[in-house]
Ligand binder design. Sequence first.
Ligand code: APR
Ligand code: PHB
Length: 391
Amino acid sequence: MRVQVAIIGAGPAGLLLGALLHRAGIDAVLVEQRSAEYAPGRIRASVLEQTTVDLLDAAGVGERMHHEGLLHDGIELCFGGARHRIDLKKLTGGKHVMVYGQTEVTRDLMHARDAAGLKTIYEAEHVSLQDFDSARPRVRYQQAGATHEIECDFIAGCDGFHGVSRASVPASAIQIHEKVYPFGWLGLLSETPPVSHELIYSNHERGFALCSMRSLHRSRYYLQCPIDDKVEAWSDEAFWAELRRRLDPEAAESLVTGPSLEKSIAPLRSFVAEPMRFGRLFLAGDAAHIVPPTGAKGLNLAASDVGYLSRALAEFYAGSETGIAHYSDRCLRRIWKAERFSWWFTSLMHRFPETGAFGQKLQAAELDYLVHSTAASTALAENYVGLPLRD
Ligand code: APR
Ligand code: PHB
């Protein structure tokens, strides 16, 4: 098979890139190791920045999102037993975020891909990347015992943190920056109305808690937990009781509980691999970077990476190599700002056992400053709604 672009991984990054390239008239194939049924089952964050909404619209997959997504003009920070609203809209001159599940984004992208008759190779085994330092890269994989090869102009490594693309780059050509946090998030999804119409981020002496949602009748809640905690140790009742303890009295009182549809523990990590271009191979999304989930930047960064990449490739086929030459730098400028914000918001909202009383006093002072200073609230708000895409 011969295509212009071979995309490794059919997660949100690969699927969105495929859709954007199709709109630009560029021929691409997706190579995914899992089955088509597996991907939409994973549960991830749900807050879309305006730039992500714009990219989904540009890819032609925004219709259901605009219909079912919830526009949020603010978030609430809870500490010291009370909630404080951050008015995102007022502080950013009219911006907001869209609450729409990543599972739904993935589903919409998969439907659009099927409807357009675009090719995705699912259940590809032993995927390997060849000759991406030349003008004729190839992707090899096995399926049902047979070996196949795709010849292409470019490879897009959209295969997530554990994928083969980043691992194919010689260690001497790539720099890794990483921070692992000493706790995890225990998440629970339930068919219950959200406790509040906006998200609540709570800093409590027992640990962080987050009240989020997927829709007006489906809620997503999280609790900071020890890194070695086991999900089996948490009954639904224990989860709800702990969440109540970490909220203000009014929210605790109005919380509607129900059986969990899903419950899992995720570690928290900050990670950046740079650069993001190696000859004819580009990394995008979780293949190149991870943020801790506080502030929900993961999907938004994946979207902006593939936004830059699709534009760069369109420019290439129109005769200019400027876009691909600047791809890595453009992405990384934005990524490091989101890494900084996610690290800061995580540091502000969680309990760090090792910081002691002094660290906690500083955290309390910062929270107090944050909600009473327009300058500090504005810095939070403009990062939360998303920084502008720059050239
Ligand atoms: N060959 C082919 N496909 C692979 C390989 C491989 N060797 N390794 C992984 N994959 C596939 C995975 O099965 C998955 O479908 O690549 C896809 C990667 O998807 P994600 O991990 O979701 O990564 P990405 O698309 O960058 O997503 C970015 O989604 O995962 C969240 O937190 C993340 O919100 C962020 C966004
Ligand atoms: C989520 O809904 O899963 C979510 C929302 C906001 C975050 C993190 C996760 O900051």
